[in-house]
Design a binder for this molecule. Structure first.
Ligand SMILES: C[S@@+](CC[C@H](N)C(=O)[O-])C[C@H]1O[C@@H](n2cnc3c(N)ncnc32)[C@H](O)[C@@H]1O
Length: 468
């Protein structure tokens, strides 16, 4: 039997406290108190969950099965927040992490946890949300679509750069729940070519620049690296954006000049260059040549993005819609492979740059009957509704907020099918509660994993209009 959760003396975390009066009991649940907790599950957001005296604690740095000394960081009537101070008995789910800094770095919560276990937790997050929020869980089967690889999957990383007073350049991430810099020499979830480039960065010195300054100080900046998977390693294949430094006397321009000359760099620029950056060939998939531009949204798990494109395509091919609307379409990632010269495809997206890329993809590929518009989803839908436009199928891939405000106009357009791609199970469940109240039924539900070793989970949902 696992030991019961208990309050402890902060200075001696593993001993049971003898406090019993009401006042002392409430003090035991105050910020800065140290408790000894057995975590019984994990929550969406990546924290471990434990219960004590009827209160639920969300524990930063903990996972299901850990027995941990935790510090309470915040508490209210219903629940508390805490962070692991040390593990008394680590969970049996904890294995060897392939990343030397995974305990400090804020990027991956679950490095070292076997991937099938991570996938089980992700599926549970989705099932819990649709049961509790959408009230749909009882009869619904949730399929799992794991990422083809659990590490080396990200083709884009946003790093913190530091140039030390002695001229040494380091890159890294922020520490978990803080802004402390954690230097890295490699990132387990980044593709090999990003890691090879990070090694190249580490051989660069700014000794001369720092030495020429009257009083050399630490220089901080952000640096984004994106790999172009369709390019050979012998070709320029890295897009690098270097953002302004926190030190006006050490310009980002001087950093760009030096790093932009490294082998493999296809483009190097700063924030003011991004709007004018050209399109680069990204990859060819399902017969479509996709292009990108630095700073533009692009799915980062290339292999799993192929899986999702195929899920969308096979579903659409089976349903044979004549008119498709792709909402939150980016550069046409999901809908361009659906163009067969007969179906009509309209795509809608906020970002003018992404729409320009979608149009460039259409033009370069000679794609017929696909048009893309820059604008706001809600406004576009209300206009379409007023004009009595008809779409047989709507694809919607909204950001985390979901598409609550767009549901009313969607319900007035009433397409036969909706393919909802979501990156947040809670907002998805909220939206499904509305869609499935009267008009739609869920025909298929797949939990997709674009981000192994983190708590994130996506969903692909096929909704069918209920025939009246
Ligand atoms: C999760 S991304 C999906 C992009 C695309 N479907 C893909 O697979 O690459 C969400 C997109 O929605 C766009 N977006 C966010 N709010 C929007 C709005 N109110 N109207 C139109 N597009 C919006 C963002 O610019 C972003 O490109």
């Amino acid at each position: 039997m696992p030991p019961k959760n208990k309050k402890t003396n902060p200075s001696k975390p593993s001993r049971t406290s003898t406090t019993t009066s009401k006042e002392k009991k409430s003090n035991a649940h105050s910020p800065s108190t140290t408790l000894e907790l057995r975590l019984d599950s994990v929550a969406f957001g990546g924290k471990g969950v434990a219960r004590l005296d009827g209160k639920v604690y969300f524990v930063e740095g903990g996972i299901e099965g850990d027995l941990a000394a935790v510090e309470v960081t915040d508490v209210n009537e219903r629940y508390g927040e805490a962070r692991v101070v040390h593990l008394i008995e680590p969970s049996t789910h904890r294995g060897v992490s392939p990343c030397p800094v995974s305990e400090q770095c804020g990027g991956c919560q679950w490095q070292g946890v076997p991937y099938p276990q991570q996938m089980l937790w992700k599926k549970q997050f989705v099932e819990t949300a649709i049961r509790r929020i959408a009230k749909l869980g009882e009869t619904l089967t949730v399929e799992s679509s794991p990422s083809p690889v659990a590490n080396a999957y990200r083709n884009r990383v946003l790093l913190r750069g530091r140039i030390f007073p002695d001229g040494e350049l380091k890159v890294g991430y922020f520490q978990r729940a803080s802004r402390e810099f954690v230097p890295i020499s490699t990132c387990a979830i980044a593709v090999d070519r990003i890691n090879e480039f990070i090694k190249r960065l580490q051989n660069i010195s700014f000794k001369d620049v720092q030495a020429a300054r009257p009083s050399p100080l630490l220089v901080r900046f952000k640096i984004e690296l994106q790999d172009l998977p369709g390019k050979k390693s012998s070709e320029p294949h890295i897009l690098m954006s270097i953002f302004d430094t926190d030190d006006k006397s050490f310009s980002a321009e001087s950093i760009r000049t030096r790093l932009g000359q490294l082998p493999g760099v296809a483009w190097c620029g700063g924030p003011t260059d991004l709007p004018r950056a050209p399109f680069f060939e990204f990859e060819t998939d399902l017969g479509v040549k996709f292009h990108t531009s630095p700073g533009m949204f692009q799915q980062v798990n290339i292999l799993h993005n192929h899986t999702v494109r195929r899920l969308v395509k096979s579903t659409v091919d089976a349903l044979s819609p004549k008119r498709i609307l792709d909402l939150f379409c980016g550069s046409g990632n999901l809908s361009l492979p659906l163009a067969d010269g007969v179906r009509v495809i309209d795509g809608l997206e906020f970002s003018k740059k992404a729409i320009a890329a979608a149009k460039y993809n259409v033009e370069q590929g000679g794609i017929k009957k696909a048009q893309f518009f820059a604008g706001d989803t809600e406004k576009f839908l209300w206009d379409a509704s007023k004009q009595k436009s008809h779409y047989d199928l709507i694809i919607a891939d909204p950001p985390r907020d979901g598409m609550y405000k767009s549901l009313e106009p969607i319900l007035s357009l009433m397409p036969e099918h909706i393919l909802y791609v979501s990156c947040d199970p809670t907002t998805l469940a909220r939206d499904l509660a509305v869609l499935c109240k009267q008009h739609y039924t869920v025909k298929r539900f797949v939990a997709l994993d674009f981000f192994p070793n983190t708590y994130h989970v996506e969903s692909f949902v096929v909704l069918e209009r209920i025939k009246s």
